[in-house]
Design a binder for this molecule. Sequence first.
Ligand code: NDP
Length: 468
Amino acid sequence: MTSQTAVKTLLILGASGDLTGRLLLPGLARLVATGRADGLRLVGAGSDPWPQEQWRDRVHTAFADAAGQADTAGKKALSALEEFTAYHQLDVTADGPLASLLAELEGPVAVYFALPPHVSQKACDILAPAQVPAGTRLVMEKPFGSGEESARELNRTLLTLVPEDHIHRVDHFLGKATVLNILGLRFANNFLEPVWNREHIAKVEIIFDEDLALEGRARYYDGAGALRDMIQSHLLQIMALMAIEPPATIGERDLRDAVAAVLRASSIRPPYNSSTRRARYTAGTMGGRKVPDYVREEGVDPDRNTETLAEVQVKIDNWRWKDVPFILRSGKALGDKRKEAVVTFRPVPHLPHGFSGVDAPNSLRIGFGPDTLALDIDVNGPGDIFSLDRTTLTAELNASELLPYGEVLEGVLTGDPLLSVRGDTAEDCWRILEPVLKAWAEDAVPLEEYDAGTSGPGGWSGSASHTS
Ligand code: NDP
């Protein structure tokens, strides 16, 4: 497949950073290798005085995996991009250098801010609207601001530079395939949508349990914690897709309007010691490997009270979802890796007398990465026809050939903001969580503990099942 990209130059600010090396460049490589970024120029920039070779080596190393798997055309496309890539030394927070570089590059340019958030903010503050050529796209990483007000402030700044549909607020969790898998399942199956509401659904759980501990990421994670790192962005977005009204199209405007409407109606209610829980891991064993106490991990400040496991119960105040709990949970150093949305239906109103065995409510599970579907139903037998048993119908959903950041970059380069978080939504995600962050900072909710490698604190019983 080949296509011309709308964007001519991808400028990555933060060329030496972790995101660039580990995720962005490998994601770009797959995109290029499949012919979806023909004619693109890649430019890296950083504050260090790197020789051109050093940047080219970095790109080459990050492209190696995709090059190894690519066909002849893909290899050629990767070599061409490597050959012409260039590095510029600049301090993005100084007045002038970034603007001069933008003026020099072939446009339209997509500027990827792979920088610490406060540096990105400062770089945008310092740019004047006249210094940003028409057609420029600005790609902002998470976290987008540090609260509702700072997200609003950042939105105001960005909107002086480019229009909303040229701002890409990245949420790489929501790959295109996952978004479309959820929408296809919900809106292409007439047996599902009529029961997708408070009359038939008891609760919805969205769970991202990681079987990885801190893995040396204290510098970022200890200042963020599970609530900000996962729930504030990724899980609220998945929740919104699970809860949206049927859109007329899957175009960015219809879809992002529907997502925004759900999040506007969402809140977490006090008392927060009943609607939220938090915990931190202590020493344990994961996959035969010893994990130290979180507070003994290098770079962790125990006084920050950072949680490594967070759970919140969101209420969506609209006709469809009134009083249905949406339970969002994410944590590190858990025994089982679990990434799924679980929809639990209400029990049948009356089971005809004479049946025995299992009569449990149906549940529908959508697994993420790889995307899968599992529907738990009760059937007769095997054996005694009067005895009900649980069985599970399963399906594999579509898998993207791109890496998550390849999907992000494809949207940026083709000028499609479908997968980008819209400005109002970015503010709302903070608005939903700010009261919880405040309650936790005031210790209104106890910080529980769990041994690394277990399913969480005793009483959480390995599933997000509490309701208030
Ligand atoms: P790093 O600290 O690894 O890299 C930051 C980069 O910014 C470095 O290349 C640094 O270059 C550059 N930089 C800092 N100050 C300036 C300046 N004044 N002018 C020019 N360049 C500057 O951060 P990450 O790559 O980890 O993160 C970048 C962003 O991506 C953050 O917003 C983060 O939250 C987000 N993110 C990161 C993920 C990850 O896994 N790493 C995952 C998801 C999001 P130099 O050293 O030369 O100053």
